[in-house]
Write a protein that binds this ligand. Sequence first.
Ligand code: G6Q
Length: 521
Amino acid sequence: MALKTIDPITTAAWGKLQTHFRTAKDISIKSYFVKDEKRKERFSIDTDAVKLDFSKNRIDQKAFDLLIDLANEVDLKDGIEKLFCGDQINATEKRAVLHTALRVKGTTPILVDGKDVVPEVKASLKKMKLFSEKVISGAHKGYTGKAITDVVNIGIGGSDLGPRMVVDALKFYRNHLNVHFISNIDGDHVTETLKGLNPETTLFIIVSKTFTTQETLTNAMTVKGWFLNTASEGDIQHNFVAVSTNLEKVKAFGIADDNVFTMWNWVGGRYSLWSAVGLSISLALGFEKFEELLAGAHQIDTHFRTSSFEANIPVVMALLSIWYSNFYGAESEAVVPYSQYLSQLVPYLQQLSMESNGKSIDRSGNEIKYQTGAIIWGNTGTNVQHAFMQLVHQGTKLIPVDFIGFSKSLYGKEEHHKKLMANFHAQSEALAIGKTKEEVHLELKLALVQDEISTLLPYKIFNGNRPSNSLLINKLTPFSLGSLLAIYEHKTFVQGYIWNIFSFDQFGVELGKEMANKRLK
Ligand code: G6Q
């Protein structure tokens, strides 16, 4: 069944939120903490892998309760069940949306058009496992009988960003295989990547759900040409595999059926890293670690499906985002992970969130009169503190931030980690609390003469009251990363559901492609 089509701004909760916003909008986060010693505990949610502290937001209990009412009034519960049960909620493309089935435990059937998809998922995982083991152990040889040393993932968008980010984020856990990514239709980048590679010992994975994508096919043809400089057509079977739904086109490219890993049209590209699209992850880390990634995501699936909305991390994060977008008028959200391993997280989240929720027609086909799809941006801490955080602290725009931190480092460099985490905590505190005129005055009095004080004073004030979430994770592992990513996937779903849009199509990327093709004719 389709998702319900309730216009959120017609709900009673929306009206009450508007009224409440008018009286509460300028109340400071600082004063909330003064009034309520238990605020931090009250506004925190713990799952096994991730703890969300959302106490440093511009919300009081009433705003929070009304946001929960909004979720209830649009019947979010019904939407969540339809997501998990394989209903055709991607109505514009007539598809189910079942990335959650890719990481399901057990064999309870999940039906798409009356057919259980779980056995196919398990079979595909088994194929990935066997292939990964063979490549990692050296049993699978390149065309001249040498073991594989390098893997190149050729794909773009959803067939690139997720695997690229995970392979980079989890490089602490990787084996001897070097994994490279080619996505852009930029011949210079393709040439640079191939420069250091030996065709005999390189495995190419062509990842394209449709196998029609201009960038991927052009790059794949260039790579094939380079390969055939030294090898023959018959050698392709040793050094090329594909991940696709389009078997015919894969075959025409020269890849044998046995070397094709399946995808399904009920998995959207940007939600597909959990499928064979993640083959590069399973090769880089070993299949067991890939399974741990799936298990972490599955744990959040269960949390999301079964927890009450008040204690549900993706639901609460989505509601806060709606509060800032639709009531405060915030247009963007920053994501700042305090780990260099997560330097590719933001590009991945940008696609996940902006391609899903950058829509302006609602589920009834009407033009939308309220804000949807926040602009996602960010980079890693502490680097950003020496760059864009000035604007977040003292600029004219309200930018909610998600800070992501890890209690433990991976190599145990304690001195570094203590400093890294001190900055992680300090940033959210500084944004929330700020520094008053009186505090600045006192500080300057000790250091400067009177007339310098009055000149400098206004520039040194921090108004504070700038909201942020803190996501605290014990340690970066495949499991905890899987959990973190699933949180953002479900946050995106909840936002799109409440905004009454279709989050799983992406027609907005088509026009530019069409025009580029016309120019090439
Ligand atoms: C993601 C989008 C898009 C897609 C790419 C690649 O959700 O659908 O980013 O992943 O356009 O498509 P192919 O896998 O079909 O090459």
